[in-house]
Structure formats: C-alpha cells, structure tokens
Design a binder for this molecule. Structure first.
Ligand SMILES: NC(=O)c1ccc[n+]([C@@H]2O[C@H](COP(=O)([O-])OP(=O)(O)OC[C@H]3O[C@@H](n4cnc5c(N)ncnc54)[C@H](OP(=O)(O)O)[C@@H]3O)[C@@H](O)[C@H]2O)c1
Length: 437
C-alpha cells in the first residue's frame, strides 16, 4: 500500500471535529477503498483547550489555519473555518500556494472567490474539492461534474437550505408562525443565533452560484443571483396555497435560456408554490434535495441531509479519498479558461404563473379595480378566492394568474398600490412547475 496521506484540518467545530471522528472510526474501510491509509497530522482552531470529544495526542497544533497551511507537514488541507474572507481565505490560499490539495465545506468562500482559487489549484496541479459545500451529504457536485458529465444540463432546481425547509415544513404542518418556528429551529441547533444568512436566502444563493457554474460551465457570479428569503411567508399564504393545491418551498433555480429566447443564465432563490407531484414537494424538514435535468438522462433527483457533522464529514472524506486515489476532475467541471461569463437574466423577464394575495377593504368596486389593473397589464386570472362578505372589513383576495411575464404583473400590482382600498403591499409568489410533474 502507498504511504499514508497526511491531512491537516483547519477548524475543529461541528464539521472539523466530525471529519476527524469519521476518519478515525472508518479508517479501515476508507484505506481499503482508496488504496491508501490516512493520518491527521495537524489541526488548528482558535481555542486550544476546548474539549471537542476527539483525541489530539500526537497531532501537531497550530493556532491559526493559515499557519497550518503554510507550515504543516501535510498533503491535504481541510478548511472548515468558514466565511468568505479572513482566516478561511488565507488558509486556502496559503495551501494552494504550497501546491497542497484543499478540501473545503465553505460555500461563502467559493461563491465569492471560487474561480480565482480554482485557477491557483489548476496552476499547482492540485485538487480544490468542495462536495460538502453544497447540500452537505448529498453528492450533487460529483453527480453533475462526473456522473452526468456527458449531458447538456437544462435546469437545476433545489432545496438548498435545511433551516428554511424545516421552518416552512413545520409552519405548514403545525400552523405556527414564522417567528415561533424560527425560535424552535434555533433551540434545536438547525438555525444559527443570527439566522440572516439562512432565512434571507443568502446561504442558498451561495450554493446555487456554485451549482450553476458546475452545471453550465459558467464563471461564478454571486451578484447575479436574485435572492428573496422566507421572512414574509405567513401561515395565511401557506394555507391559501394549500387550498389551491400547492406547497410553498424556498427553491434555488438555475437555467440556461436558449439563444432564441435571448439566452443568458437564470439564477434565482425565492419562496415559490409547487404542486405536490413536484419531486421537491415531499422533501420535508432539514433535508436538502436537487433535481438535475439533462438532455439525455432526463430528470434525476438527489436527496439527503444537507448539514450536520456526519453528512458534511461524509462529503469531505469522500473528497479526501478521491485525492488519495489520484482521482482528479476540473474544479468546476471544465478548466477555468473554458468557464464562460454569460449574462444574467433579470427576474422581470421571468414568465410563469403567479400567486397574489391582496388585503383589501371589502367595498363595492374594489374587485372591479383589481380586475381592470390586471386586464390593463395583460395579466389574466386563472382562479380567484375571496372569503367572507363583510362590507368595509378587510378581506384577502387571492389570485392565481395564468402564465404571464413578471414585468406585467409588477406593473399591475404597482397600479393597485395606488388604490386606497389596498390595506398593505401585495404578496406575490411565483409558481414553479417542472415538466412531467
Ligand atoms: N455545520 C454544518 O452542518 C455545515 C454544513 C455544510 C457546510 N458547512 C461549512 O463548514 C464550515 C465550518 O462550519 P462549522 O459548522 O463546523 O463551523 P463552527 O462549528 O463554527 O467551526 C469553526 C471552527 O473554526 C475554528 N476557527 C476559527 N478561527 C480560526 C482560525 N483563524 N484558524 C483555525 N481555526 C479557526 C473554530 O475554533 P474554536 O472551535 O476554537 O472556536 C471552530 O473550531 C463553514 O464554511 C460552513 O459553512 C457547515
């Protein structure tokens, strides 16, 4: 057998300690499967004395990840510190500068600096692997980059944030409101103390930007992702959606539009309505899932745990095993020189059906105003629901539109906002259908 692969782990939190444990617990099967044993020879974290439930005897300690990457006697640096800048970035850059392989779970870093880091890895002839950065334990990077490599990918649709999926699933099944379920998610460790990145869709956007690059061979452009989070989703919307036969999910969607429709890359993260037959409708709780649609393979679905020590460590160690076995793929599927910068498609160009909820004062003529605003902007209604009939009391009018361009609907809603009968700004969500579902 070859000499052991020496690993340095920078960051010993949830993922770093989980990786250490997995390498130890399954060492025999790991070495049998990749033809090489592995040894963690160096680690780094900020607090040396902290009990992490792992035995660090004989392992060299570094006070900083970048120091480990610059000095440790290792073949691979695992960066699990986190963050797009600071120590994480310095650690990865220092490792690549030394031509060491890098494995990271850091989607923020890759979404912001992925291409320049990939270039460094390419120039050094080393791997920059990141299966754990997108959907945790779900092997979607390998699937897209290797198993589906012969396909032209048409579209990627995913539930990419377990926290949001947990919140929306729990709101639907219990009828509790957003704030209440968010608190529970924090108590259970599913959401951070500062949940902004999760509930505002930023974390899902980072993952989508990476997936887009791998699926379509494009440069990563995090600023091109249209992002909406789930803070404004109410149980009212969830219940109305249910009455119309839909579920609300926070989805990440990426699509390359054909030249005949103007071309470009769609990258969006937003809460939307999907039918129960949609492959992502039944993905509940903290689970993640991705649907990839390829021209020859058709639709394929990948589902699993998107976070947590075990699933994330599983993805990291599988990347390390590829390195140990000498398996190597271009970081984003093609050499960085081949990555294309395609224009992004503004959300106003989105064409689809919409869910609209308007809280209005119930008085004669209001519905006629709504109908004429929609008619004047060429938006036709498929279904309308209005409960109760109490003159001069506020009521919700819920509308499902036929397929329309978003800019038309936005103009119609703008007109209505000038109407005194509208009690609050309109609530609008897109309806996402998937072919064959
Ligand atoms: N948690 C998940 O389920 C999950 C899933 C997928 C991807 N990820 C990604 O994995 C990465 C790590 O996440 P995590 O949840 O494990 O974070 P975490 O629990 O907060 O761990 C971060 C670790 O980094 C250490 N650290 C801080 N500054 C450092 C420095 N300058 N040098 C070396 N180590 C330093 C911390 O040290 P101390 O322990 O001493 O404070 C801690 O051990 C992030 O990029 C995250 O997005 C996480």
């Amino acid at each position: 057998m070859n000499k052991p692969l020496k690993i340095g782990i920078a960051g010993l939190g949830t993922v770093g300690a989980g990786t250490f444990k997995l390498l130890q617990t399954n060492s025999r099967v790991i070495s049998e499967r990749c033809g090489r044993s592995m040894e963690v020879t160096a680690v780094s974290a900020s607090q040396r004395k902290k009990n992490r439930g792992i035995d660090l005897d004989g392992v060299t300690w570094f006070n900083d990840g970048a120091e480990l990457a610059a000095q440790a006697d290792v073949d691979v640096v695992v960066e699990v510190i986190g963050g797009a800048e600071g120590s994480a970035r310095k650690t990865v850059e220092a490792a690549l500068k030394r031509k060491l392989h890098v494995v990271t779970a850091n989607k923020a870093l890759l979404a912001n600096h992925g291409v320049s880091l990939a270039k460094m890895a390419e120039e050094g002839g080393v791997s920059l692997a990141y299966e754990a950065a997108v959907a945790g334990g779900v092997p979607i990077i390998k699937a897209l980059r290797e198993s589906l490599a012969s396909n032209s990918i048409n579209r990627i649709t995913g539930i990419l944030n377990g926290t949001c999926n947990y919140i929306l699933s729990t709101m639907r099944t219990t009828g509790r409101d957003f704030e209440d379920v968010l608190k529970e998610a924090q108590a259970l460790g599913y959401a951070e103390a500062d949940p902004t990145f999760d509930v505002d869709g930023v974390d899902a956007a980072h993952k989508l930007a990476i997936l887009t690059s791998v699926a379509f061979g494009t440069t990563i452009d995090i600023n091109a992702v249209h992002v909406e989070g789930i803070r404004n989703i109410s149980t009212l919307d969830i219940n109305y959606a249910d009455e119309f036969g839909y579920r609300i999910k926070l989805l990440g969607l990426a699509e390359r539009l054909p030249e005949r429709t103007g071309g470009g890359i769609v990258q969006r993260v937003y809460p939307c309505l999907i039918r129960p037959e949609h492959p992502l409708a039944s993905v509940e709780g903290v689970f993640n899932a991705v649907v990839a649609e390829g021209d020859f393979v058709g639709k394929s679905v990948y589902e699993g745990r998107g976070a947590g020590a075990g699933p994330t460590a599983s993805a990291i160690v599988s990347d390390i095993m590829d390195i140990a076995a000498g398996r190597h793929a271009p970081v984003f599927g093609v050499p960085t020189g081949f990555l294309k910068a395609l224009p992004s498609v503004p959300v106003e160009r989105h064409v689809g059906e919409y869910y609209v909820r308007l809280l209005v004062v119930d008085r004669p003529g209001v519905f006629a105003d709504i109908a004429s605003a929609f008619r004047d902007e060429d938006v036709s209604m498929e279904s309308v629901l209005q409960r109760g009939r109490n003159v001069n009391v506020n009521v919700n009018v819920v509308i499902i539109t036929h397929e329309t361009q978003e800019s038309n609907l936005v103009r119609a809603l703008k007109r209505l906002q000038a109407n005194a009968a509208l009690v609050e700004p309109p609530h609008m969500m897109r309806i996402e259908n998937i072919e064959g579902a």
